[in-house]
Design a binder for this molecule. Structure first.
Ligand SMILES: *[C@@H]1O[C@H](CO)[C@@H](O)[C@H](O)[C@H]1NC(C)=O
Ligand SMILES: *[C@@H]1O[C@H](CO)[C@@H](O)[C@H](O)[C@H]1NC(C)=O
Ligand SMILES: *[C@@H]1O[C@H](CO)[C@@H](O)[C@H](O)[C@H]1NC(C)=O
Ligand SMILES: *[C@@H]1O[C@H](CO)[C@@H](O)[C@H](O)[C@H]1NC(C)=O
Ligand SMILES: *[C@@H]1O[C@H](CO)[C@@H](O)[C@H](O)[C@H]1NC(C)=O
Length: 357
């Protein structure tokens, strides 16, 4: 009895505290010598190009989101490496058909590379005296096996690959040509990582001809599910956070109706009895125009709306990642037009073409 009580209060305490990145190599504040240790593990150096002469306010926000995301990634890969090396149940390397030393070495390199991505963002923010330079938060991870963890790593890497497209577009629009080359180098780098995750999950390494785009607001909203607490107010990063859009039906490679749910109780706009005829599920896939499908079968459970919408797989060849949002408009000109009309997002939908493997 006592043991159970202690164990469960420890679990509650553990959950309340969240997972903090252990300080093994000086990250996130390496001293003068430590970057070389991280760079050696990462197989390359931080850029030594001088910073650009100016950075727009939008550019500052882009780097705040990049730092926020990279800190989460460092925490995730550190936890994953710990689980494999500590032989936590279900983290046996055999499940992904790799030798333990090899997979641990690959993941250590990935972790060090993510640390250098994070340091690039925070060093840039410091250089430009940004009012907020995000420090790491504490985190929780939903995964309990090596396969689930690699699968999640692949999905959040997909989301990052879509969001860095948005950051590049924003840098271009705001006259910040300075960071574009470095961001493009990171897009390729994250794509290499994802090819490896996909390959060990028996998926084709290259997912789509044009990777699915995303927006800063969708990435920032998705990251909230992994956050326990942060040493700063996340509202100081000027990006909206939407209620989650849960996808309740596993999607397959065919046209089908999917069921979704979203807690709209904080929206102040929609509740039991509201006219829902102007609501859509809008999908981002590849570099297509956003695809909107009207919602059907809407039911309220308190403030939670459950509804269906068509997943138009066939006409749109929706292999790989599709990003769904509950929107109160349709016919969007592009992904950046969506957040202003989004009520809940993102729903991350993955369909994998395994036919060649
Ligand atoms: C590591 O293992 C713990 C305990 O099982 C688990 O809660 C956590 O999600 C795992 N981390 C990853 C990245 O899978
Ligand atoms: C940041 O603030 C310091 C100290 O006030 C100042 O010397 C420096 O020029 C500022 N940097 C930029 C890029 O504005
Ligand atoms: C989806 O639901 C609509 C409305 O109930 C129905 O007409 C349509 O046939 C369904 N589509 C598929 C692919 O099941
Ligand atoms: C709506 O719900 C009914 C009953 O659950 C179901 O038969 C029908 O397929 C649903 N329609 C859609 C579009 O999913
Ligand atoms: C659509 O939703 C946005 C975001 O919640 C809101 O600002 C806007 O007023 C809504 N528009 C309509 C037509 O309901």
């Amino acid at each position: 009895m006592l043991t159970t009580t202690l164990a469960s209060s420890a679990a509650i305490l553990g959950l309340a505290a969240g997972y903090a990145i252990p300080n093994t190599d000086g990250f996130p504040s390496p001293n003068a010598e430590q970057p070389l240790t991280i760079e050696t593990q990462a197989d390359g150096l931080l850029s030594n190009l001088p910073p650009p002469p100016t950075l727009s306010a939008a550019g500052i926000t882009n780097f705040q989101l990049i730092a926020y995301n990279e800190h989460y990634e460092v925490a995730f890969f550190t936890s994953l490496i710990d689980n494999i090396t500590n032989h936590v149940d279900n983290y046996e390397y055999v499940s992904v058909n790799r030798d333990e030393a090899e997979i641990v070495e690959i993941l250590k390199t990935v972790k060090a590379q993510e640390e250098l991505h994070a340091l690039t963002a925070t060093n840039t923010l410091k250089h430009f005296n940004a009012s907020l330079v995000p420090e790491p938060c504490t985190y929780k991870f939903p995964t309990t096996s090596l396969e689930e963890a690699i699968d999640l790593a692949s999905t959040f890497t997909d989301l990052v690959l879509g969001t860095l497209q948005d950051a590049s577009q924003s840098f271009a629009k705001n006259g910040d040509d300075g960071p574009v080359r470095a961001i493009a180098s990171v897009i390729g780098q994250e794509g290499e990582q994802n090819g490896f995750y996909r390959f060990i999950l028996s998926r084709k390494p290259s997912q789509k001809p044009f990777l699915t785009t995303s927006t800063a607001a969708f990435a920032f909203s998705a990251l909230q599910q992994f956050i326990v607490s942060c040493p700063f107010d996340i509202a100081d990063i000027p990006i909206p956070v939407f209620p989650a859009l849960d996808v309740l039906t596993p999607a397959g490679p065919k046209d089908m109706n999917l069921t979704f749910s979203a807690d709209l109780s904080a929206s102040g706009q929609y509740s039991q009895g509201s006219d829902l005829s102007g609501l859509f599920v809008t999908y981002l896939v590849g570099q297509q125009l956003p695809i909107s499908e009207p919602i059907t079968n809407a039911t309220w459970y308190g403030g939670i709306l459950t509804f269906d919408a068509l997943f138009p797989f066939t006409d749109n060849v929706m292999e790989g990642l599709s990003i769904a949002a509950l929107t109160n408009a349709s016919n969007f000109a592009n992904a950046d037009a969506m957040p202003a009309n989004t009520l809940a997002a993102p729903g991350l939908i993955q369909v994998q073409d395994m036919s060649a493997l």
